[in-house]
Design a protein around this ligand. Structure first.
Ligand SMILES: *Cc1c(COP(=O)(O)O)cnc(C)c1O
Length: 376
């Protein structure tokens, strides 16, 4: 059996090697390393795939969040409601821009921000909500958009983990995650569902004026070269990455199906086991399984992690320390915020290998070892 990895990028690369190598070589030949044609091609293809009016490529998913918040003219001290149960980038940029992160709890079933908690956290200083579509499934966007409308708040969807997931609304319409809020952001970090071979990111919006401003901020605040209207930054998607991402995007639906198929295998294998809660699919969103994350009950999560490691089965804890208890936020005094669901999940989640290239022997070996641990 080949070694099992959390994400097997090499096997995936070998399947598309000819196309990727050709695309990379053609960028090298063109020497159009900055803003070459593949960048515009990719932005257009991604807009079409997500049915988004505007897509602005940028350097990474963290920059995408930062540029989004810069474009909304938030003022120092303005409050931004975010989950604490997320990757640090979501909340870090809030603090970086001198805004105040207000950490709220998540739903124990979907792992995403809890609309009831959002309502409770709203004050006269609240300006924005940043839902995170964690592990590959959208936060309850319909409810979140209702709250945002009621209070006049911006919504920035952190869609780094759920690109390609579809959100259903009660009127029967469907939208791609990341295209519902005021702005959506995503990441093309190599291990993401749509990953490049280096860093990359993108910003989504359906508003022309906002798109122009986002584009300007990502490019030193200029529309016309050397005429800088706004304070911005330098955040570009590399041409080489765009060339690779064009090929990956063509395969994204195949990759999503492979992830869903592996998730279904895990679901069936763990079904009915009292110590394991497998990921729950929300009625309103398709799940693209960026992660396959179990909740354990009555067994020691860290012992399982170690047991699997001894059998050469990798597993990961996303995330071992919730944002509100990170030292970087000590000035906000948020460590004392009570987020019982977040705390509960932090102790009990474990993510199993999830990628597009897992073979039958590997998946059976993983399941066998998880169950062997539970039965000891
Ligand atoms: C990966 C990720 C980011 C940041 O993306 P980078 O491209 O690594 O900067 C932001 N938010 C979430 C939820 C992520 O998973």
């Amino acid at each position: 059996m080949d070694p099992i990895q959390m994400v097997d990028l090499r096997r995936q690369y070998l399947k598309i090697k000819k196309d990727v190598d050709e695309a990379v070589l053609s960028v090298l030949e063109s020497t159009a390393f900055i803003n070459g044609k593949p960048v515009q091609d990719f932005a257009r293809a991604l807009a079409s795939y997500t049915n988004s009016d505007y897509v602005i490529p940028c350097a990474n998913g963290t920059d995408a969040l930062q540029i989004a918040m810069m474009a909304l003219d938030l003022q120092p001290g303005d409050e931004v409601i975010t989950p604490s149960f997320t990757y640090i980038a979501t909340t870090e940029v809030v603090a970086l821009l001198r805004l105040k992160p207000v950490f709220v709890d998540v739903d124990p079933v979907t792992f995403c921000i809890d609309p009831v908690a959002i309502r409770k956290a709203i004050t006269s200083r609240t300006k924005a909500i940043v839902p995170v579509h964690l592990y590959g499934q959208s936060a309850p966007m319909e409810e979140i958009m209702v709250i945002a409308k009621e209070y006049g708040l911006f919504v920035i969807e952190d869609n780094a983990q759920a690109i390609g997931s579809r959100v259903r609304f009660s009127d029967g319409t469907e939208r791609m995650s990341g295209t519902i809020g005021t702005i959506g952001t995503t990441s093309f970090f190599p291990s993401k569902n749509l990953g490049g071979y280096g860093d990359g990111g993108a910003i989504f919006t359906q508003q022309a004026k906002l798109a122009e401003k986002l584009q300007m901020i990502a490019n030193h605040g200029q529309k016309v070269r050397y005429y800088h209207e706004l304070v911005g930054c330098n955040s570009r998607l590399d041409t080489l990455q765009a060339a690779i991402l064009n090929i990956k995007l063509e395969n994204l639906d195949i990759y999503i199906s492979a992830r869903q198929e592996l998730a279904a295998f895990y679901d069936a294998a763990f079904a009915g086991h009292p110590a394991i809660r497998t990921p729950v699919k929300a009625a309103y969103s398709t799940h693209v399984y960026h992660q396959y994350t179990l909740q354990l009950d009555g067994v020691n999560r860290d012992d399982l992690h170690k047991y699997l490691a001894d059998k050469s089965v990798p597993s990961m804890i996303y995330y071992p320390v919730p944002a509100h208890r990170q030292q970087m936020f000590s000035a906000y005094g948020s460590a004392n915020t009570e987020l019982p669901v977040t705390e509960w999940l932090t102790e009990r989640v474990i993510s199993l290998p999830m990628h597009t290239e897992m073979d039958q022997e590997q998946r059976e070996y993983i399941v066998k070892n998880v169950i062997a641990f539970l039965n000891t």
